[in-house]
Design a protein around this ligand. Structure first.
Ligand code: AAO
Length: 494
């Protein structure tokens, strides 16, 4: 009997553990993550205090934190080639990282680190010197800074068939030396690294190339991590949030279903489909059934995004900052529709796949500079500072936990819907105007459209909509208006 009770307790504890790493550990009603790709730690600390917290962002995904190889011309992707677990990169050193995490947590902004558990760097001619000055000989699988030697890696082989499980999980992703996460020693080093970050106050991790590691090994590693640091304001027994990069368009041998119980998974189908729709290749009326009906993961398991740092560089359906009008519409829909754990991309300008982040003549990453409207000017794009985007972060906070209802469409590319009686979104992606009375579901009154302007000193600087006692208002989005979206919510009521 006692034995049975013990077994049951262990089993229940195991079950709750396995579901426990989907919680992003947000503060208050905030619920949007921004990826400040390649930003320096000192700049992020400042951004948390001066912009992200006041605008209601929930957290930041930061670029890899541990030492990487130095690649000629300093392409962004050198940071995906680790040399050691010392916390020194072009974004800053350990002290600066710790200071950033502390300052961001102090204003309720969570930090999630992009972590590379799958591999170390790829081949390098001779001895490589990393960003913390550590030497390594990648071609010999020698990384004394950890230390790792050849026995800690899978034997070298190339991935030629993406549907061969062995190749995907034990060969080298683009030639990156493939760690054996089944080994106790490798596991202990990875856990030590992640625990160190938890100790410094991070809220969780983006697990790079998760598909290339066996889910059993990841389960062991995630399950062995410390709870989040209560000195940084996390509750007792809070587990690190895990979101795993698994690219699965529905026909992969190694599928997202092997990972989605361990933590959230990047939902790449969301990104492709939203791009297709807002580029005009699929009528917006079909978005009424957006979510699991489209074959996406359950909402609480899906990390969603319009674009990420990889697919924004592909020339395909995915939208990026280079198509701003459609990009803003897609982002508004992303943040207004109740599906997924939302992440907004914040990029730097690029011409090709390898373009490095904005840097000076000595190859130091430079800080973003802002114009009088707060927009970035010196090579940083800062989509998160576009009014149409940060306003939707505020919208998402205002409507949190409300249901979608009152869907309307014109049978084509004009749509609108309500979130409870707290928010209303309309989109016009047709080449003719949207001009009509629509149900906003909002209490009677005058509301500012937070896309074309803001509520400032009791007045709207952009469009405004008067809602009558039945919840209806006259909505106009001209086909040649600057933006194809109109958004109202209760926190922007005059
Ligand atoms: C660099 C050089 C290489 C060199 C290497 C080593 O570019 O020429 O060999 O160094 O010296 C980043 C860069 C790489 C860079 C690397 C290391 O993107 O260019 O290599 O750092 O510095 C797969 C993985 C996925 C991975 C993605 C890039 O599954 O995990 O490739 N993403 C992460 C990071 C990424 C990073 C790494 C991993 C490595 O986000 O930034 O690389 O740390 C199919 C497969 C996917 C596969 C893609 C791309 O997807 O299913 O698993 O991703 O192809 O190869 C359609 C298809 C779909 C296809 C998709 C592609 O939708 O239906 O099947 O298109 O978008």
């Amino acid at each position: 009997m006692i034995k049975f009770a013990l077994a049951l307790t262990l089993c229940l504890a195991g079950a709750s553990l396995s579901l426990a790493q989907h919680n992003p550990q947000w503060w208050g009603n905030r619920n949007t993550i921004v990826h400040l790709f390649e930003w320096k730690w000192s700049d992020i600390a400042e951004e948390c205090e001066t912009f992200l917290a006041p605008r209601g962002f929930a957290g930041v995904q930061v670029s890899p934190v541990n030492e990487n190889i130095i690649s000629s011309g300093r392409p962004w992707w050198e940071r995906y080639q680790p040399i050691s677990y010392k916390l020194t990169t072009r974004s800053g050193n350990e002290e600066e990282f710790a200071d950033m995490v502390r300052r961001c947590n102090d204003v309720g902004i969570r930090i999630y680190v992009d972590v590379l558990l799958n591999h170390m760097s790829g081949d390098f001619d001779g001895v490589a010197v990393g960003t913390a000055g550590t030497e390594a000989e990648p071609s010999k699988k020698s990384f004394p800074g950890v230390p790792y030697t050849a026995q800690d890696f899978h034997p070298s082989c190339e991935i030629t068939d993406w549907n061969d499980r062995f190749q995907v999980q034990e060969c080298e992703l683009v030639g990156l030396k493939d760690l054996n996460q089944h080994s106790d020693y490798v596991r202990s080093k990875l856990i030590e690294f992640l625990d160190h970050l938890i100790e410094l106050g991070v809220a969780g991790f983006r697990v790079d190339a998760a598909k290339h590691m066996a889910s059993e090994d990841l389960e062991y590693i995630y399950g062995s991590l410390s709870n989040l640091n209560i000195d940084h304001g996390f509750p007792h027994n809070a587990r690190p949030f895990i979101f795993q990069e698994v690219i699965d368009h529905g026909h992969e041998t190694v599928s997202r279903e092997e990972y989605n119980e361990l933590g959230a998974v990047t939902e790449f189908r969301f990104s492709e489909e939203i791009g297709k729709a807002f580029r005009g290749n699929n009528a917006l009326k079909w978005l009424q059934s957006w979510g699991t009906d489209w074959g996406f993961l359950k909402s609480e398991q899906a990390l969603t995004f319009v674009d990420n740092h990889d697919n924004q560089r592909d020339k395909g359906a995915v939208l990026n900052y280079k198509s701003p009008r459609q990009y803003k519409m897609a982002t508004a829909f992303h943040l207004a529709y109740p599906y997924g754990i939302s992440r907004v991309m914040s990029s730097f300008a690029f011409d090709d796949h390898d373009t490095p982040p904005p840097q000076d003549a000595q190859e130091n990453i430079i800080s973003p500079e802002f114009d009088e409207d707060g927009a970035c000017v010196n090579g940083w794009i800062c989509e998160h500072r576009w009014r149409q985007i940060y306003a939707m972060v505020g919208f998402k906070n205002a409507v949190r936990d409300t249901e979608l209802h009152g869907w309307w469409d014109n049978g084509d590319n004009q749509i609108s819907f309500c979130r409870g009686n707290k928010g209303f979104l309309a989109v016009n992606n047709n080449l003719y105007d949207l001009s009509q009375e629509l149900n906003t579901c909002l209490p009677a009154g005058e509301y500012c459209d937070v896309i074309s302007g803001s509520l400032i000193d009791g007045a709207c600087t952009g469009k405004s909509v008067t809602v009558n006692e039945h919840g209806y208002g006259y909505i106009h989005i001209g086909s040649d208006d600057f933006d194809g979206v109109l958004a109202l919510h209760v926190n922007a009521k005059v």
